[in-house]
Design a protein around this ligand. Sequence first.
Ligand code: SIN
Length: 279
Amino acid sequence: MAISITKAGPSGLGAIVEGLDSEALATDDEELLRRLYAESPVLCLRGQALSPDAFMRLARVFGAIQVQLLREFRDAAHPEISYIENTQRDTRGDGKRIVFGEHWHTDDSYMAKPCSTTLLYADVIPPVGGDTLFANMYRAYEALPDAMKARLHAMRAVHAYQSRRNVNPVPTRTEDEERESPKVSHPLVRTHSVTGRQALYLNLNRIDSVEGLPLKDGDALIDELFAHSIQPTFVHAHKWRLHDVVVWDNRCTMHKASADYGDHRRRMMRILIEGSAPA
Ligand code: SIN
């Protein structure tokens, strides 16, 4: 089957590749995927029935795999892969259900070197709902008034695994995991290490405070930037089909999982790709 490509939608996100056999990628295919990914930081590869090994091979097209912080959700035989499933609970905390990524965020921003890229593979999908929404943070930055851009350039935010602004419960960490994820400081505007473009760098669930501002003023600024960034014009909704792989760039997007599918099962395999300290 020939490869067909549907270009990104109006948000600048969401290119779709069909007909790609990721078990037999030629060098040309790998280059095509990297080029498409640089143009559309949310890229869907349809119809990939992948074993864990094949998923890891595909992920390595985008860089070196980074093992996720939380041990409990890693695959026992392939720790490079973790699971996101709606049966997961905070087993070390209050035992309540955890919906990973239910609110707007960018992956791993509580780490000193957050992952650059995430790949999610749809292993089990609900009959309705469960979309993942993505916001284009290049476009959100570029649409800000010049005075706001100038103000933000010198500014940094503190990101924390368990932040005071946390809006959805996160799994309680082990002592080792706590040691590996202390609070960190990142710029509010980052320059993409490959494209050189600037993007807002926000995480609704993990930003704790804005450096140099009283909490009230920092909160107001973050709330204003969030409201600006999730305007419909910047947002793409990915409607999952079974065995889709979606690859997204955490350096210039935010995302959220829609938890609107009741008790239907939803299970994703997830791989992270190494990144560098935002600058
Ligand atoms: C994530 O936030 O990494 C997962 C998003 C999803 O489950 O749709």
